[in-house]
Ligand binder design. Structure first.
Ligand code: 5GP
Ligand code: MN
Length: 321
């Protein structure tokens, strides 16, 4: 696919979906496309269906129109799936995907094997927002759309810091700046700022941390009890694994929190500082992601879960030594 316009094909009813626990890139890509389509094809009826996301994103144009209730609706003519590596990660919105007449996937996960009818997966791109930018007509990108895309890039690159930041990423960010957005506002208010609950969660997770593999792996946890006591939900937990990751000597950081679906299950977030490919570890447990950032869901005592991850990480470390 070269341009998003190629797949529109006169579609009257369009929906836009993303992954469960939507992060900045997911929200930015969904609302970026929403705002673009609103002006590029005003005759179409476009709806975004997403799980609830951080209130810090609510300044983005279109947030108020996002549906979080997931009612039963007639099939859509066209369904876009943004920043989502596989069908299962669509969670409760998968029904709109399954019933849509045409399905288009825009993503950057290396573990995305392609699904739907048409897909544009660029594993080298920093973010789904960077992929989406490559499919849009730059002249038609409004300030509202640019804000969404810039926010997504900022979040997935950790403010242009992670190794997924390329020359192209910076060039796209530069183009978006020229649309009149305020980068300082987006960085400070949606990325750096932490609510009191978020900081308490970070503190609790750091206090729980332990070292594996002679300090090469650091892991921390937030339990269901912590969530209840501190009044947390999964939206408060973004960024914790990144703080674990900067531990001196750690090649790998792992963060566990209770998965939504069941109290018996952990959502496992992994980050690599070095040669370990965490997407391989995630895939072997049925998850996915990127070489340096990936996730999966696992059962058991939290330290036993980390033991399993550590065993695979150690195997990879030995292979690359
Ligand atoms: P995070 O640790 O921030 O939740 O996720 C890191 C990356 O891995 C993100 O790009 C996210 O979409 C992906 N990821 C996390 N968990 C899963 C999972 O269970 N399945 C797949 N396919 N990708 C995941
Ligand atoms: Mn992403």
């Amino acid at each position: 696919m070269r341009r998003i316009e190629e797949v529109l094909d006169g579609a009257g009813r369009i929906c836009i979906l993303g992954h469960i626990h939507p992060d900045g890139d997911c929200v930015g890509a969904c609302l970026g496309l929403y705002n673009y389509l609103k002006s590029a094809c005003p005759e179409a009826q476009v709806t975004v269906h997403l799980e609830p996301f951080s209130e810090y994103f609510s300044f983005l144009q279109g947030t108020e129109q996002v549906d979080h209730a997931f009612p039963e609706l007639p099939p859509y003519d066209l369904c876009f799936v943004m920043d989502c590596g596989d069908r299962e990660r669509l969670g409760p919105t998968v029904k709109y995907f399954d019933s849509a007449r045409r399905k288009v996937c825009v993503d950057h996960h290396i573990t995305n094997q392609g699904f739907g009818d048409v897909w544009e997966v660029q594993p080298d791109a920093s973010s789904a927002c960077e992929v989406l930018y490559s499919l849009l007509d730059p002249a038609q990108i409004s300030r509202d759309t640019a804000e969404c895309l810039y926010l997504g890039i900022v979040h997935d690159t950790g403010v242009f810091k992670h190794s997924n930041t390329s020359r192209r990423t910076m060039e796209v960010a530069g183009q978006l700046l020229e649309k009149g957005i305020s980068p300082a506002y987006i960085i400070d208010e949606t990325f750096s700022k932490k609510s009191f609950a978020q900081n308490k969660a970070l503190g609790r997770a750091l206090l729980s941390a332990r070292l594996w593999l002679d300090g090469r792996l650091v892991a921390g946890v937030i339990t269901a009890r912590d969530m209840e006591e501190l009044g947390l939900d999964s939206r408060h937990l973004d960024g914790i694994v990144d703080q674990l990751r900067v531990t001196d000597g750690a090649k790998l950081a792992v963060f566990l929190y209770p998965s939504n679906e069941s109290q018996q299950e952990w959502k496992v977030s992994m980050r690599s500082n070095d040669k370990v490919d965490v997407s391989r570890i995630a895939v072997s447990f049925g998850g996915g992601g990127h070489v340096k950032a990936a996730g999966c869901t696992l059962r058991g005592e939290w330290t036993a879960v980390v033991d399993q991850v550590a065993a695979l990480a150690e195997q990879q470390m030995r292979e690359t030594e």
